[in-house]
Design a protein around this ligand. Structure first.
Ligand code: UDX
Ligand code: ADP
Length: 496
């Protein structure tokens, strides 16, 4: 089957960049990204794209209007497409059965029902959103139950492994492309058709095909493994702070073991983003449903450590500032969940800001790519505060780091933006209240240079100064009993 037209349902962080790169690499295929949000489509058709992603602007500029289109005409584009990608969001359920853990498939189901209503001819429907194992089966059930004459479908699972901030590079030079399909002649033909699209730029040996369930589970497993590495190194960062070991040295030493490898070993204030927590919760839920309670508990611990890390870091800030931040001004540098993206979903900065606000601080925030409206929306969300008005009053958002840090008592680095490496910290120090503190939740700053300027520096996973002794146990560890951590954790989960 020759693929001439692709329609992608969902113009978000996955659908937008993925289809832009497909359009770039397949000039003879017409790629249309549809979304039910007219604002989102208008932004994709404007000079100011709805998401910030290095390299994306250039790709869109090259292809838009030629073989790449953004449209709200969902039905027409579904009808014309040979391949339909489902790239809608699959957030964690906030109510009902599986609340706080299971993936909410209402958007996937909505997209499947729309396809069932309007499709004509033969369609390959590709599930790209991260979904629970067997979601393809649910999509297939909806499509088959509503089958009209002369319509036929093949459902494929083709999970997307791109990371935000490096999406274009990840898409252009994917480690692998995974395609899961039905073990039948029609299934094999559909897999071959989709493979032919990727083969325009991905070497054939990197395109792997499996059965649908393995493909679906592999995506959850990949994210669970990556998140588990971060929780592992973050758990060791607490040991380092208590003992005088340095977590970046430990990471370097273990990362040189080729069996372990150096990536995803950077200790931090905690992982964020729309995928890791959601996918692990989903995995935990699946395991519980399968009565695999030990397996569920194992993966749950990855999330528990992440919650612990965010709480531990926030507690360290408060404890270091003489155990009170009431009426103090604290500057948070970085609000996105990682550098090179404006995405704030599950950003650890939200947790840190909330804790400081709850403790009575005035919070100054600067992020190079997150808009003020987004920061305020995140911090006044019902799961973060009961009093949005009061929160808005104590939060100030700045458009440059120098004004943001002025007259503050401390700087808290929550995102590893490159521009924070080259700020004039002498100048910043002069403008701050004394003693001036830096809490580096991303291990990006030169703590020795900052100490020379006069700052008190706390870097995650690193002893403070040279006074730490092997027997010193930080207050944060002493007061965070496993019971308390569990309570905090479930409190957080159920609020979502
Ligand atoms: C992740 C997966 O990497 C990607 O394959 C999948 O398709 C979607 O989920 P993403 O969430 O965009 O991608 O970013 P990622 O680079 O994985 O970072 C996730 C979080 O982990 C960020 O908050 C990041 O700062 C943090 N992180 C990452 C660390 O704290 N330490 C590390 O060493 C790496
Ligand atoms: P992701 O990070 O998974 O790409 P986003 O939230 O960034 O998630 O994007 C998902 C997009 O899917 C949103 O723009 C949303 O409007 C769109 N969407 C959800 N359901 C439908 C649907 N049934 N039809 C069209 N678009 C949809």
């Amino acid at each position: 089957m020759e693929v001439k037209r692709i329609c992608c349902i969902g113009a978000g962080y996955v659908g937008g960049p993925t289809c832009s790169v497909i359009a770039l690499k397949c000039p003879e295929i017409t790629v249309t990204v549809v979304d039910r949000s007219p604002q989102r489509i208008a932004q994709w058709n404007s000079d100011s794209l709805p998401i910030y992603e290095p390299g994306l602007d250039e790709v869109v500029r090259k292809c838009r209007g030629k073989n790449l289109f953004f449209s709200t005409e969902i039905e027409k584009n579904i009808q014309e497409a040979d391949i339909i990608f489902i790239c809608v969001n699959t957030p964690t359920k906030t109510f009902g059965n599986g609340k706080g853990r299971a993936a909410d498939l209402k958007y996937v189901e909505g997209a499947a029902r729309m396809i069932a209503d309007v499709a004509i001819g033969h369609k390959i429907v590709v599930e790209k959103s991260t979904v629970p194992v067997k979601a393809a089966e649910s999509i297939s059930n909806i499509l088959q139950a509503n089958l009209r004459e002369s319509v036929s479908y093949q459902i494929l699972s083709n999970p997307e492994f791109l990371s935000e901030g490096t999406a274009i590079e990840d898409l252009l030079k994917a480690d692998r492309v995974l395609i899961g399909g039905e073990d039948s002649p029609a299934g094999h033909a559909a897999v071959a058709a989709l493979s032919s699209v990727y083969m325009r730029w991905i070497p054939a040996e990197k395109i792997i095909t499996t059965n649908t369930w393995s493909s679906e589970l592999s995506k959850l497993a990949a994210n669970a493994f990556l998140a588990q590495r971060i929780s592992s190194i973050n758990s060791l960062s607490a040991v380092c702070e208590a003992t005088g070991a340095d977590v970046s040295e430990v990471a370097r030493a273990i990362g040189m073991d080729s069996r372990i490898g150096p990536k995803f070993l950077k200790a931090s204030v905690g992982f964020g983003g729309s995928c890791f927590q959601k996918d692990i919760l989903n995995l935990v839920y699946i395991c519980e449903c399968l009565n695999l309670m030990e397996v569920a508990a194992y993966w749950q611990q990855v999330i528990n450590i992440n919650e612990y890390q965010k709480s531990r870091f926030s507690a360290k800030v408060i404890e270091s500032l003489f155990n009170t931040v009431t009426d103090k001004r604290i500057c948070i540098l970085g609000f996105s969940f990682k550098k090179d993206t404006g995405d704030t979903r599950e950003s650890p900065a939200i947790h840190v800001a909330k804790t400081l606000i709850d403790e009575g601080a005035y919070v100054h925030i600067y992020d190079p790519k997150v808009y003020e409206a987004q920061i305020r929306e995140d911090l006044t969300h019902p799961r973060v505060t009961d009093d949005p008005e009061a929160t808005n009053q104590v939060v100030s958002v700045f458009t440059d780091p120098y004004s943001a840090t002025k007259r503050t008592h401390a700087i808290v680095i929550c995102t590893e933006w490159d521009e924070f490496l080259t700020l004039d910290y002498e100048k910043i120090y002069q403008g701050m209240m004394k003693p001036a503190y830096v809490f580096d939740g991303r291990m990006i700053l030169d703590d020795e240079a900052l100490t020379k300027i006069g700052f008190h520096v706390h870097t995650i996973g690193k002893k403070v100064g040279r006074h730490t002794t092997l027997t010193r146990i930080p207050l944060t560890l002493r007061c965070s009993t496993p019971q308390k951590l569990r309570e905090n954790h479930f409190d957080n989960i159920w609020k979502k």
